[in-house]
Ligand binder design. Structure first.
Ligand code: UTP
Length: 470
């Protein structure tokens, strides 16, 4: 794109100010600004501005009618066994791929690097990526197949994510089976709908939300890659939860048997206003209501109690999903709803200096993956045991922090050991006095551990993720 084309495009879209500093920049910075302008998605920017104008910050497409609780499957031991057998078949046919979204900025954690590289291993100090990758490795070995791991990054953390995998020899995975792809970046708008610049030659950009996964899978060729590999079933997880049971065969089995488009794992909420989305049925389809939307009048019932004092909508979603390939493909090019957030955004002043605001001064927009739920013809909601599968690293301290995550990892492994009659001395929190850590490539669950037995390793020596543990 040349400067004349950029001028016309920006003028048509009421964004001419983006070139305010252009004439004062050297040639290479001018080029870099023009490249950024060429990549802007003006149709989405027009939608963002329309949304900002028309709703004063309300999300688009808000529904009107009252929701009802969804049907949630709760498997008996027998049903779980049957579902696992069905899942084993899908996994053995090499039809399962794993989709890990790791493009977020992890601002609450405040870690300087990709969140996936954050250390959670109680003994080894291994990263969140280590736990996910070693589970995929373990499953690939168990079923004797290649399980592709698609990792969504953003421009802000792509290079660091790739180098983390390279430094750790892909945690034992075949690099051909680890596919990195970047999500789209969006500008922020000021209250007048103007694209915000953080430097004279630079537009402030941030990732377009985990809902950006769908279009990114398409644009970066991952859907084609899945088709080439014959992937029918895509297990979706977020980077911050190392307890997730990746491609849990029972979940895969239920999804397959029900021929579902979209399956969701749900757990019991701890409090009415816990920060989890809630699946509801409304107007004949399922949808996910984010906790930030509980205050809308039509959603008040989501925090209400029944006569026994229990939550009527007692299940929350923790972003553990399975998609069918066909459904992902169908949704990839769809315009998803936008969600808006009022944020502190660095801005460039009239003198070309960058100012960091102390109060929110602009609007970021994001897409959420679960907004495709209403389009799904067949949905499975499966209840799961929270303690075994969910303890994310979201905050630097307090709830959902590295400390609670390491604790919950150890409590899970402790239960596996106790199932074999091991007794451990516990502290006042119920945690073992000696820390526990189990490499997922050694044992994925209590049964694996029982089968393989356990050995004591010297963790003062090399890290466990050198792929030597078979
Ligand atoms: P969160 O909503 O917890 O956001 O993401 P975050 O960016 O990790 O953390 P905060 O809110 O800035 O503190 C949930 C999952 O979705 C991914 C994240 O990487 C995480 O796995 N995500 C989020 C993306 O991949 N892209 C995005 O644009 C946003």
């Amino acid at each position: 794109m040349n400067i004349d084309e950029a001028r016309v495009l920006l003028k048509e879209n009421g964004q001419s100010h983006v070139l305010n500093f252009h004439d004062q920049l050297d040639a290479s910075r001018q080029q870099s600004l023009l490249r950024q302008i060429a990549e802007l998605d003006f149709s989405s920017i027009r939608r963002m501005w329309a949304m900002l104008k028309s709703t004063s910050g309300e999300d688009e497409n808000f529904p009107q009618s009252q929701p009802t609780p969804p049907d949630v499957m709760q498997l008996t031991d027998e049903q779980r066994e049957a579902a696992s057998a069905a899942g084993d078949k899908v996994l053995s046919k090499a039809e399962v791929g794993v989709l890990l979204v790791a493009g977020g900025q992890g601002s609450r954690l405040g870690y300087d690097g990709p969140k996936g590289a954050f250390s959670v291993g109680p003994i080894s100090g291994a990263s969140l990526f280590y736990f996910h990758a070693r589970k995929v490795l373990s499953l690939s070995r168990r079923y004797g197949v290649h399980i592709p791991l698609y990792i969504m990054t953003s421009e802000l953390n792509d290079a660091a994510t790739r180098s983390h995998f390279e430094q750790h020899a892909f945690f034992g995975l075949d690099p051909q089976d680890v596919i990195f792809f970047t999500q789209n970046m969006w500008p922020a708008l000021d209250p007048a709908g103007r694209i915000m610049m953080d430097r004279p030659d630079h537009i402030f950009m941030s990732p377009d939300g985990h809902g950006g996964t769908l279009s990114a899978l398409h644009r970066r060729g991952c859907l084609d890659d899945m088709e080439r590999r014959g992937i029918s079933t895509i297990f979706y997880l977020q980077v911050d939860n190392p307890l997730v049971e990746i491609a849990d065969p029972a979940f895969v089995g239920v999804h397959a048997e029900q021929q579902a488009d979209f399956s969701v794992k749900l757990c019991t909420k701890r409090a009415a206003r816990e920060g989890m989305g809630v699946v509801v049925e409304r107007d004949g389809h399922y949808e996910m209501v984010e906790y930030s939307e509980f205050d809308k009048p039509e959603n008040h019932c989501l925090t209400a109690l029944n006569q026994s004092g229990e939550l009527i909508f007692k299940f929350g979603s923790v972003a553990i999903h399975i998609f069918s390939y066909e459904f992902l493909k169908q949704e990839a090019l769809r315009d998803m709803p936008l969600h808006i957030a009022h944020k502190k955004i660095p801005v460039c002043n009239a003198h070309g200096e960058t100012l960091i605001p102390t109060e929110p001064n602009g609007f970021k927009f994001e897409k959420f993956i679960f907004d495709v739920l209403p389009d799904a013809g067949k949905v499975v909601n499966l209840a799961f045991e929270r303690a075994d599968e969910f303890s994310p690293v979201k905050n630097a301290d307090g709830d959902d922090s590295p400390a609670t995550c390491r604790r919950d990892l150890q409590l899970k492994w402790l239960r596996w050991l106790q199932a074999q009659g091991v007794t451990a001395e516990l502290n006042f929190e119920g945690l073992p006095l000696l820390p526990i850590e189990i490499d997922p490539a050694y044992a994925l669950n209590a049964d694996d551990l029982k089968e393989r037995g356990f050995l004591l390793r010297d963790f003062s020596a090399p890290p466990v993720y050198d792929a030597s543990v078979k």
